[in-house]
Design a protein around this ligand. Structure first.
Ligand code: UDP
Length: 237
């Protein structure tokens, strides 16, 4: 077996990642590819918790004038749709999974119970944490940080459209520079777009490294798990 750098990880996928080029909803070709990549590292003995965003369907801020809390409830439900899509794609390639939700929906998925989640991980099941933190005014980045701390994940793998953290938007500026390493404090102080500040603070306070990388090239999840420096590592070092 290849030696892995992280034995237990939290994989954060944005809703956008699941939408692929379509930009909305779920692109099942993309979901299948992600599922196959996850299978590769499950087969290497890595324990995987996953949080999926909801931005491909609904974000609280899309609500405009509507009540913010209701808009956020809609966003959390969107993450459940994505979690079920990812679950289906994973099961289709032979990976055992459980979806646990922060808002109870017993007919659809298990409620979030930390001890149960850890037991599933130990048995080699991917646990997909849905409905964010269960609270409005938070994000799925915060949910990923919180659950990572709870399950004692060694790192958060933050899969993005961009292949790391840059000093300015690489889609707009050709001279944008990619960081290889950053501290959580630098990210917060410089307002770099990694996670929102609540999620970043949680990672800093609990000493959880974040590896930001692009999902554009197949095999990247495995590379990160093996310790290859392909994106940007944010940590307290
Ligand atoms: N959300 C929330 N509380 C949480 C997590 C998510 O209210 O703990 C809502 C919020 O409205 C957010 C939406 O769910 O905009 C979708 O999550 P997010 O924007 O983090 O998804 P992503 O951008 O990663 O696709």
């Amino acid at each position: 077996m290849e030696s892995v750098k992280y034995k237990r990880i939290m994989l954060k996928l944005s809703g956008e990642a699941l939408a692929g080029e379509k930009g909305y909803g779920v692109d099942f070709e993309v979901a299948k590819r992600i599922a196959e990549e996850i299978k590769e590292i499950i087969d290497m003995g890595v324990e995987i918790g996953a949080v999926v965003g909801g931005g491909n369907i609904w974000r609280g801020r899309d609500g405009g004038e509507m009540d913010r809390v209701t808009a956020d409830h809609m966003g959390m439900l969107a993450t459940c749709i994505n979690a079920l899509a990812l679950q289906d794609s994973l099961e289709a390639v032979g990976v055992h999974t459980r979806v646990q939700t922060a808002i109870e929906m017993r007919q659809v998925a298990e409620p979030y119970i930390r001890r149960k989640a850890i037991r599933h991980l130990e048995k080699g099941r991917v646990v997909i944490f849905a409905a964010g933190t269960g609270n409005p005014y938070f994000s799925t980045d915060t949910a990923a940080s919180l659950r990572a701390a709870e399950i004692e994940a060694e790192a958060i793998l933050l899969a993005k459209k961009v292949d790391g953290v840059y000093d300015k938007d690489p889609n707009k500026f050709t001279d944008a520079k990619k960081f290889v390493n950053l501290s959580h404090l630098e990210v917060i102080k410089q307002g770099l777009q990694v996670m929102d500040s609540t999620a970043s603070s949680l990672c800093m306070d609990n000493n959880i490294p974040i590896i930001v990388f692009g999902l554009d090239k197949p095999g990247n999840i495995k590379k990160v798990v093996l310790g290859e420096n392909i994106g940007t590592t944010v940590s307290n070092q």
